[in-house]
Design a protein around this ligand. Structure first.
Ligand code: AMP
Length: 223
């Protein structure tokens, strides 16, 4: 047995977090989010965290070499038959090429790259309607998950507000940055026939079912 992996790519508002959580609970895939790992490293004051923090604070990508050290360390600690779900990685062509090299060295295989596609109008509807409780952090949506009393949290009565990054202009900018950053990586995997597109504007359960069905096919394919 050798390690195998799938990459999950989704624009802001595609529901990537929900999908990753569903995959984590329903399959043996280990969720490897470079964003989460970096935030943890910053919190604990680990050397990688100290290197990454200034870039993260400026909203820039962390240098490829730092990211590859993080990934190498994660693979090092994994069992030989591990299945990884990469989330937020690779973000650049050099990272994609380094992943290929690391995998070739270890006899590991990339089964597929899942792209969650969502029309801009759906992303705007999802994100501009989001409201968060100032007191306890509970998340609502004006139309999809409305609070019982407008503007008030069901759980603690706290005030609901809109995060700055859920405003329309900010969302359009985040989408633009995402598209520019990921275009090369998506094209790279598409050329190699590894890209699988999923309609993430469908109800979440339908998208999750489609992702899980594909992962089960990979799980049934011998190494
Ligand atoms: P995320 O939670 O995936 O949005 O990541 C949060 C931040 O961590 C990003 O804004 C980057 O600064 C950094 N980061 C996470 N993953 C990567 C990556 N693969 N390459 C470069 N920087 C990354």
């Amino acid at each position: 047995m050798s390690p195998r992996a799938v990459i999950l790519i989704g624009a802001p508002g595609a529901g990537k977090g929900t999908m990753a959580e569903a995959i984590r609970t329903a399959t043996p895939y280990a969720h490897v989010s470079t964003g989460d790992m970096l935030r943890e490293a910053v919190k604990t004051g680990a050397p990688i965290g100290r290197e990454a923090a200034p870039f993260m604070q400026r909203g820039e990508l962390v240098p490829d070499a730092v990211i590859m050290r993080l990934i190498a360390a994660r693979l090092e600690g994994g069992a030989p038959d591990s299945r990884y779900l990469f989330d937020g990685f690779p973000r650049t062509l050099p990272q994609a090429a380094s992943l290929d090299a690391v995998f070739a060295q270890r006899g590991a295989r990339l089964d597929g790259v899942f792209l969650l596609e969502t029309p801009t109008a759906v992303v705007l509807q999802r994100l501009t309607g989001r409201r968060v409780c100032r007191a306890c952090g509970a998340v609502y949506h004006l139309t999809n998950i409305p609070p019982r009393t407008p503007g008030r949290c069901d759980q603690c009565g706290g005030e609901l507000y809109q995060r700055d990054d859920d405003r329309e202009a900010t969302i359009l900018n985040r989408l633009d940055v995402f598209q520019r950053q990921t275009a090369d990586v998506i094209a790279y995997y598409e050329r190699r026939g590894l890209l699988a597109r999923f309609d993430a504007s469908a109800p979440r359960e339908a998208t999750i079912a489609a992702l899980l069905a594909q992962l089960r096919r990979y799980l049934e394919t011998p190494a």
